[in-house]
Ligand binder design. Structure first.
Ligand code: SAM
Length: 242
């Protein structure tokens, strides 16, 4: 049986026979068992079933950071664990970082915990995610994270940053122009896209180049995060923009 443990909640891919559930809960030392069918809409909200127990809020520890979240309200992607740490480790002392789709602080919290960034500005549109973003800022004692509730298209132009994280995979390219306009000269963008495998080397970087118009773009890395669907990859492009 395939499962994931997030804090003290077990997430199953399939529904087992009901009398197995209490055994399963005690074997994995969890209070709740859920099935998450899919993540829906712009705000990336879970469509879920509770199979055992009732508590859907938990605290998940990852990369020495604490993430409080309610799995009936916000998403958690186990497949992005390495990427969340990779970005935090790239941040240089004194940088201003803009986290455009901040969620509950998936990137903002590890950046604040593991780097010496001057400021992390975290923009999130979903009030439930924004609530947990604030909880996680407090839980991890982050002093340099500024949470902003709102739409990236409207909020991003109010800031300038040395590094911009675009950790969203639905129509992320629609936000590239505002991101580029807020990126300081010589800054770095981490642009996420779900892309057919055969276009992985070309489509995301050409979209970045298009958004940059007259600015020079240097492709630093194409990082494959995970398989998103058959023949479709979730990738992140690191690009330096002059
Ligand atoms: C859930 S995160 C993606 C997961 C994350 N990359 C990780 O490592 O697990 C994407 C977030 O972007 C937010 N979002 C979507 N559109 C937005 C917009 N226009 N402005 C601000 N936030 C937005 C969603 O509400 C969601 O919380």
């Amino acid at each position: 049986m395939k499962y994931k443990k997030i804090g003290d909640i077990l997430i199953l891919d399939n529904i087992p026979a009901e009398d197995d559930l209490s055994q399963l809960a005690s074997k994995h030392n969890v209070k709740t068992i859920m099935k998450i069918n899919h993540i829906q809409g712009t705000k990336r909200e879970p469509n879920y079933e509770i199979l055992y127990g009732f508590k859907t809020e938990t605290v998940n520890k990852e990369n020495k950071c604490l993430f409080k979240l309610d799995l009936s309200k916000v998403m958690w992607s186990k497949g992005n664990t390495n990427e969340r740490l990779r970005i935090a480790e790239l941040v240089r002392d004194g940088e201003t970082v803009l986290d455009m789709f901040a969620g509950i602080g998936y990137f903002s919290i590890p950046i604040s915990v593991h780097s010496n960034a001057n400021e992390v500005i975290s923009i999130e549109i979903n009030p439930n995610s924004y609530y947990y973003l604030n909880e996680n800022i407090n839980l991890n004692k982050c002093k340099n994270v500024t949470p902003v509730l709102g739409d990236c298209l409207i909020e991003t132009p109010k800031y300038k940053a040395d590094r911009i994280v675009m950790g969203y995979v639905k129509t992320t390219h629609h936000y590239l122009k505002v991101a580029v306009n807020s990126l300081n000269k010589g800054g770095i963008i981490h642009y996420h896209e779900t892309v057919p495998s055969k276009l992985m080397q070309t489509r995301p970087i050409s979209r970045i180049r298009q958004a940059c118009e007259n600015r020079d773009v240097e492709l630093l890395k194409i990082n494959k995060i995970k398989k998103y669907a058959p023949g479709v990859e979730h990738v992140v492009i690191d690009a330096l923009i002059d």
